[in-house]
Write a protein that binds this ligand. Structure first.
Ligand code: GLC
Length: 802
């Protein structure tokens, strides 16, 4: 595909691997991630964003100001100052956004962001990235003199630091500022920064921990260093801002070091550029371990940490090495994407599934709903529910990482089968909220992993329970199910607890009586999957019980929850139904319709009827809504959903996660054309055409798009961290293109638009590349006539494992 212009702000490059933003004044900060699973940063198209190590709440490295004006600040800034004319600009446009630039371009690529600007006759190019195998953040810079005279420049690289607990930074910064130490180490030729005291309290608390932040942060460059600053107040100057730091304006750092105050890291270097000359250099930032949690000493010469720091400094001051790391990063993503490539007649679908949708779910695998522009990384930690859904893309490229994640999640299960709802790495804390679906996502993750890999050894790995003792993964799985089966209410449905998948139905079941239809369908789905697994493995013990329980739950849903044309959403604590035609508002919800089909509890007639009802009541030109009509009156017995404004969030928005399940349900029901229509109605590439309305990044899914029930119909919010990216991907690949992992092998079962005459899927499966070509000469939607494997007709729809 040629460069694909999405809207007036940007386009995809021909190979699809970069999204190029051609004007900085986008309708919102458009983000990207630079990360390797340990060191992580968000980078916007203006250099804005923050970095963290392992976890964004407890170990935030750099500062990003929520609700900042101008927004999207601070960031990773490099100011270039011409000595002769005493004028300067920033290479990432921000924070010097009032200046007139001659050129601006931002290239968001896979794991890197490159910003190119021209100003004052200088062309600057800065590439931000994190290598896969070093926990280091790199800002690789090229400067070119576009004029025909020699230029004498000063370069200032600037970052604002937190080094520790970001929540504490928000609530107690004036006190927290007594603990940072920042100084310049003349031998290492680097800024060294640390914090004498590290708050690891999990919430707002006066309880005091008793330890230091366990690292020294090193900030350095390949250039000779002329000056530095560690004191933000001094560098910026009083009553000034990032747009006009005093040091930059004067052309000279103050060489400040602090043992208390607001920390930053600034390095000043000089650069001469002859007419037309271009030079390249690098700034970088990394951590080394402190020898003890009970020391406030500076980094000691010849200590282990010091030697480690020198070793890394030597490596990364070498531009050849930095380029090698960048090339390796590009190769990493090329190899990653190669593990699944589709070619269909639909170029937009190809671009999304092959590159950006897949990339987005690599991000959700590591960020879950934790660290984004709309998820501050302070409150939720890693949600078990989301984490176990965020594995579909990673699984194909890196099954080992998914395996490790499943083992980690097992360790947050209690002996009785209940679960922490979320967890924070490092502190290994979390909250047990009582959402009824949370325990069941563990079996979901395990089953998804096993179908892909057939690595049944996983089931016999031992993992400790959160409250002590240990059990095999298989025991963890059984406990999750048993816990849920012991948690049924009056109608034999799963009790709602503090919510199910829908967090905003948080008061339906607080008194312990309310029941959820979606949750019960999810339980039925898990039971059906576990029955299939146990059958395959010959694990007889629970088979009979689970088969009976599946039928019971399916019957209960069909008996008590069929409303005539659709399934209700549940029963409240007082036993009254909601999501029913009897209600005045919130009469129909999409979740129970989609999952009635996905879990197989709806017969053919009800499948047809409930999907038709979704089409009739929930459809919009931008996809199906989560419910209708939205709540205009607060219903305290339902909760937050009814407090959201009609048409947004869970109160009637086009909530893409749910839309992806409706899409999947339509595919399972065999309605290819309708499913395809939903796919395109929700595809960001289509909705972002009107960028000023849509606002979010065109290259990733957003959590929701406002529905026609609100005046801002078509506006999206909460981009990047959404389960819709994972489910749209899975549903397209496994149910639309129909190449689906089963224990026995890859099943072929497409459900495609009849206009598609052919398509192909190249996919790595259990270490072997499958090149699958599907021909549709008769223009049907589904049904496989014959299968050929390696030139021979093959009698099964499940391809062999080689
Ligand atoms: C958000 C949450 C997710 C939840 C959904 C619906 O996306 O991260 O966990 O399922 O909202 O409430």
């Amino acid at each position: 595909m040629k460069n694909f212009q999405v809207n007036k702000y940007g386009y995809f490059t021909e190979d699809g691997k970069e999204f190029v933003i051609t004007t900085p004044k986008t309708p919102a900060p458009w983000m990207n991630y630079i990360w390797n699973g340990r060191w992580a940063g968000l980078v916007s198209h203006t250099g804005g964003g923050y970095s963290f190590y392992l976890t964004p709440r407890d170990n935030r490295l750099t500062r990003y100001r929520y609700n900042c004006l101008p927004w999207d600040q601070p960031g990773r800034y490099i100011y270039v100052r011409d000595k002769k004319i005493a004028n300067y600009f920033s290479l990432s446009w921000a924070p010097t956004i009032e200046l007139k630039y001659d050129y601006y371009e931002c290239r968001h690529g896979l794991g890197y962001t490159k910003i190119i600007t021209e100003n004052l006759g200088i062309r600057g190019e800065v590439t931000y990235f994190v290598p896969r195998d070093y926990d280091i953040e790199i800002w690789l810079v090229k400067l070119k003199n576009l004029t025909n005279e020699r230029r004498d420049l000063d370069i200032f690289a600037y970052i604002e630091l937190i080094m520790g607990n970001a929540l504490n930074d928000l609530i107690n910064q004036p006190n927290d500022k007594h603990f940072p130490d920042v100084y310049f180490d003349g031998d290492l030729k680097s800024i060294v920064a640390t914090r004498r005291y590290w708050v690891t309290n999990r919430g707002v608390s006066v309880a005091q921990p008793n330890h230091a932040w366990p690292y020294y942060l090193i900030f350095s460059t390949s250039l000779e260093i002329k000056g530095f600053d560690g004191d933000k107040e001094k560098f910026i100057g009083r009553w000034r801002s990032n747009a006009n730091p005093e040091a930059v304006e004067l052309g000279s750092c103050f060489n400040t070091e602090i043992t208390a105050g607001d920390p930053c890291a600034v390095i000043q270097s000089e650069l001469e550029l002859e007419e037309g000359e271009e030079k390249e250099f690098v700034f970088f930032m990394f951590l080394v371990d402190k020898p003890s949690l009970h020391t406030n000493e500076r980094l000691k010469r010849n200590s282990k940490a010091y030697n480690k720091a020198s070793e890394i400094l030597n490596k990364f001051k070498n531009l050849g090495f930095v380029h090698q790391k960048f090339d390796e990063l590009k190769k990493y993503w090329d190899d990653y994407l190669k593990t699944l490539q589709v070619k269909t007649p639909d170029e937009k679908l190809n671009l999304f599934v092959n590159v950006w949708n897949r990339y987005q779910i690599a991000v959700t695998f590591d960020m879950s709903r934790n660290a984004g522009y709309y998820h501050g990384g302070l409150l939720f930690g890693t949600g078990i529910r989301d984490q176990m859904q965020d594995i579909f893309g990673e699984l194909i490229a890196n099954p080992k990482r998914v395996r490790d994640r499943i083992l980690e999640v097992c360790s947050y299960q209690f002996k009785d089968g209940s679960m922490l709802h979320n967890f924070f790495r490092i502190s290994r804390t979390g909250e047990k909220t009582g959402h009824c679906d949370t325990p069941l996502w563990l079996p979901f993750g395990i089953i998804t992993y096993l179908k892909e890999t057939a690595d049944f050894n996983l089931l016999y790995e031992k993992v400790e329970y959160y409250d002590g003792g240990s059990g095999t993964v298989l025991q963890h799985l059984i406990k999750a199910i048993e816990y849920s089966l012991n948690n049924l209410g009056k109608h034999g449905l799963l009790k709602f607890g503090r919510g199910d998948w829908n967090d905003t139905l948080d008061y339906v079941g607080v008194k312990g009586k309310g029941e959820t239809v979606w949750g019960s369908e999810f339980l039925a789905y898990i039971l059906r999957e576990v029955i299939e697994l146990f059958n395959y493995l010959g694990l007889k013990q629970f088979l009979k019980k689970y088969s009976e329980e599946y039928l019971k739950i399916a019957n209960n849903i069909n008996r008590f929850c069929w409303d005539g044309k659709w399934y209700i959403r549940g029963f409240k604590d007082d036993g009254k139904p909601f999501g029913s035609s009897k209600n005045r508002e919130g009469k129909i919800f999409a979740n129970p319709q989609a999952w009635a089909v996905i879990s197989g509890i709806a017969d053919e007639e009800r499948t047809k009827m409930c999907l038709k009802s979704v089409e009739k009541y929930l459809d919009t030109p931008k996809g199906p809504k989560i419910l209708h009509p939205p709540f205009t009156k607060v219903d305290p017995s339902i909760g937050l959903a009814t407090r959201c404004v009609p048409g947004k969030k869970e109160n009637g928005a086009i909530f893409n996660h749910v839309a992806s399940w409706v899409f999947l349900a339509e595919l399972i029901a065999g309605n290819a054309e309708r499913a395809y229509q939903i796919y395109h109605a929700t595809l960001p590439l289509n909705n972002a055409i009107d960028a000023d309305l849509y606002k979010m990044e065109p290259y990733v899914y957003s959590e929701y798009v406002t529905s026609p029930d609100h005046p801002s119909f078509g506006e999206a919010s909460h981009s990047w961290l959404t389960g819709s990216s994972d489910w749209f991907f899975k549903s397209v690949v496994e149910y639309m293109l129909g190449v689906r992992p089963t224990y026995a092998g890859l099943l072929i079962d497409p459900c495609i638009p009849s206009s598609w005459k052919s398509f192909s899927v190249n996919r790595l499966f259990r270490g072997v590349e499958y090149r699958i070509e599907v021909l549709n000469p008769d223009g049907v939607n589904k049904g496989v006539k014959e299968i050929w494997v390696d030139g021979k007709k093959y009698g099964d729809r499940i391809l062999p494992v080689f």
